[in-house]
Ligand binder design. Structure first.
Ligand code: ADP
Ligand code: MG
Length: 244
């Protein structure tokens, strides 16, 4: 079976600075992949090139059997690629449920043939809130949420488009150990429902408990890709981290 996501030779520059240098990466349907690397190694830039927020100068991104090059971010979202942002940015004047309704209606409205009634969208918002453990908070505002609840809202917003692939970019920074475990469990639950997940994370305990496979970027290059235990014991990976 062809991979769900196939990145080939992706390169991105900012002026004279090479942020990504010929990245190859294939991800199968259903996988849980951890993407790690020192700060500034190009992880978010790679996500941005996959999702269409940035345009790569070289290489190709294929997703679910289609070429993504040239497609805008919202078109890639409609094809099933979703990402959560490092810093959650909900609409502060809207409730949790309303924050979910916007991406929900937007994705339904732009997917031909789908019309959601008010009752359907209410039910779906409640379902999304429940899925991430925010059922009780559906009527609250973002300011009423704790930090971990904000991260869950951010994940639920990404899930509203019913993605095949979810890319979680540092969804756990600043959380306590038990909150990190809570988010890891949530991501595993989402994966068990069939969503392929790429987790970008610095907290190694979380990365190791989540990932079936680990990919390492250093200075815009992929230096390792394999079983987590093998990758963290790889001398080049250890050197890259210690040499920072
Ligand atoms: P990571 O997510 O791994 O911490 P990034 O992908 O955010 O790293 O950044 C990779 C490198 O590209 C960094 O050196 C960063 O400063 C640079 N960079 C990222 N985005 C931009 C941009 N929009 N303009 C210029 N340089 C950028
Ligand atoms: Mg980043």
């Amino acid at each position: 079976m062809s991979p769900l996501l196939e990145v080939q030779g992706v390169g991105k520059r900012f002026g004279g600075f090479v942020a990504l240098d010929g990245i190859d990466l294939a991800i199968a349907q259903g996988e849980r992949v951890g993407l790690i690397g020192p700060n500034g190694s190009g992880k978010s830039t790679l996500v941005n090139c996959m999702c269409g927020t940035l345009t790569n100068e070289t290489g190709t991104v294929r997703f679910d059997g289609h070429q993504m090059n040239g497609l805008a971010a919202h078109e890639r979202t409609h094809r099933g690629m979703a990402r959560s942002f490092q810093l959650p940015r909900p609409f502060t004047t809207l409730t949790v449920a309303e924050n979910l309704r916007i991406p929900l209606l937007y994705s339904a409205a732009t997917r031909r043939g789908i019309h959601l009634s008010a009752a359907d969208s209410d039910a779906r918002c409640q379902e999304l809130a429940s899925l991430v453990g925010l059922a009780e908070k559906a009527g609250k505002y973002p300011r009423d949420l704790t930090q971990v609840e904000m991260r869950k809202l951010e994940l639920a917003r990404a899930l509203a488009a019913d993605p095949k692939l979810l890319i979680a970019d540092e969804a756990m920074a600043g959380l306590s150990q038990s909150e990190v475990a809570d988010i890891v469990n949530l991501l595993i639950k989402l994966n068990e429902r069939g969503i392929t997940i790429i987790l970008i994370e610095h907290i190694m305990r979380a990365v190791m408990s989540f990932s079936q496979r680990l990919v390492v970027l250093v200075s815009g290059k992929k230096i390792a890709d394999g079983k987590p235990d093998d990758v963290v014991n790889n001398p080049e990976v250890i050197g890259a981290y210690l040499g920072q």
